[in-house]
Design a protein around this ligand. Structure first.
Ligand SMILES: [Zn+2]
Length: 259
């Protein structure tokens, strides 16, 4: 009886999977993420504005510097789509935020909160875990080996369509929220920005269900998350001079987004 090399690999990985281990090395995660990011960027329009992309990347890299995962390079980019209020992280440190979300934010702290949440997904390696759960080990192994480009297309379409790996599961979302509270607090932002942003999302949801549908379908109920985030914030030691950077953000938005 003859087994294929891939078949044996899948078998080995499945055993690891049964034990709940993360079967991918960091190098494999980065490779997969880079392919994935390429596919996403083929199907979206990255905002053509060096200043805004630079601004978002600066905030992102400051978060990364205080994060719990430094073994990869992080990339932050803006997708030019004013009607979508969303952000997502791919495996390997590729993080995207829609311009629609930037328009809904009232201050820099809210933007930092969203980016820190997405960094949290990379820190927790939620992307690889969720991909594996959704598409199965055999597919993900094939993906990691670069054997099935059409699969990558399919997953990219799922991500952009608002289904699939954007929702990392309730526990992973809570974990990322916790990372977000911690990171933006360390950076001197008021962590209540997470609460104000969630509240805003609930408000849109009641006003216009379809508008925010995508974001809500991919993340747990804001009410639950707000409660948990507030509990975490209450445990933080008091800190002076926490900032929201509202005026700075408003000016930037005015200058660059009024078309
Ligand atoms: Zn999330």
């Amino acid at each position: 009886m003859k087994y294929s090399f891939l078949g044996i690999l899948v078998l080995i990985f499945s055993v690891f999977a049964a034990c709940g281990a993360n079967i991918f090395s960091t190098a494999q995660e980065i490779d997969m993420g880079a392919d994935f990011a390429g596919e996403i960027e083929k199907n979206t329009k990255i905002l053509d504005n060096i200043e805004w992309n630079g601004y978002i990347n600066d905030i992102g890299q400051r978060i990364v510097a205080v994060s719990d995962r430094q073994d990869i390079e992080y990339h932050f980019k803006i997708i030019d789509d004013d009607s979508t209020v969303n952000a997502f992280a791919l495996p390997g440190g590729y993080i995207y935020v829609y311009s629609g979300l930037l328009l809904k934010a009232d201050n820099e702290a809210e933007v930092a909160a969203v980016l820190a949440h997405e960094v949290g997904h990379v820190v927790g390696k939620h992307g690889v875990k969720q991909l594996t759960k959704m598409y199965g080990y055999q597919f993900i192994v094939a993906l990691a080996l670069g054997e099935d480009p059409s699969l990558l297309e399919q997953i990219a379409a799922d991500v952009l369509g608002g289904v699939g790996m954007l929702y990392y599961g309730r526990d992973n979302e809570y974990e990322s929220d916790e990372f977000a509270v911690k990171y933006i607090y360390i950076l001197g932002y008021d962590p209540n920005a997470i609460v104000t942003f969630f509240n805003k999302l609930s408000e849109f949801q009641t006003k216009d269900p379809s508008y925010i549908e995508k974001l809500m379908s991919t993340h747990p109920q804001p009410a639950d998350r707000i409660k948990k985030v507030q509990e975490k914030i209450a445990l933080l030691p008091p800190k002076e001079d926490l900032v929201l950077n509202t005026e700075l953000y408003r000016q930037r938005l005015k200058r660059l987004y009024i078309k």
